[in-house]
Design a protein. Structure first.
Length: 186
């Protein structure tokens, strides 16, 4: 706001408009795009928020459960590689074996398509060899779940409260959980 001589409300509106213009596209998730677009040192801003990064309650319990039952897991994210590396470093500082749960960690940036796009799922299945009819996806983005459904991913589960500071927002048409340990049976 100060840099561009805008009121705080006008600056917020401009940011929202800029984000909306690329919603559902890879640019929306592109760290370098936004650093350039807003002429900001996002890496410094990111570092200042490192202490806020943590595993969602119930996540490790589900990962342990799936590991005990020999269920292979792949972490697929729209996060930019810089953001992914930053978040994994912060999580592994608290949970050193976090990445060991996953047979692969894939960012949509490596495919050039966001998870909201058919092309992502096509490349994802080709690279990983998963059988969509025997696979499940847990995601907090309804458009990602819709794209996975259209591609044929069988098990689709929505995280209804992606931001713990906001109320739950159930995703219609999908099984919803707030915390991942809700998926543990028996």
């Amino acid at each position: 706001a100060v840099k561009n001589r805008l009121t705080l409300d006008r600056a917020r509106q401009q940011v929202q408009n800029d984000l909306q213009a690329v919603a559902g596209q890879l640019a929306w998730y592109d760290f370098d795009h936004w650093a350039d677009h807003f002429s900001l040192d996002l890496e410094s801003l990111q570092e200042s928020g490192q202490g806020l990064i943590q595993c969602r309650p119930g996540t490790l319990a589900l990962l342990d459960y799936l590991t005990e039952h020999s269920m292979p897991m792949i972490l697929a994210t729209n996060a930019h590689p810089k953001i992914l590396a930053f978040k994994l470093k912060a999580i592994q500082a608290k949970h050193p074996k976090f990445t060991d749960y996953f047979s692969d960690i894939i960012t949509s940036h490596s495919f050039g398509s966001p998870k909201e796009a058919h092309g992502f799922w096509q490349q994802f299945t080709e690279q990983t060899g998963i059988n969509p009819a025997r696979s499940a996806l847990i995601d907090d983005n309804a458009k990602v779940l819709d794209a996975a459904k259209a591609y044929g991913i069988a098990g689709l589960i929505a995280v209804s409260q992606p931001n713990s500071n906001q109320p739950p927002q159930p995703r219609l048409g999908y099984e919803n959980v707030c915390y991942l340990n809700e998926l543990i049976t028996g």
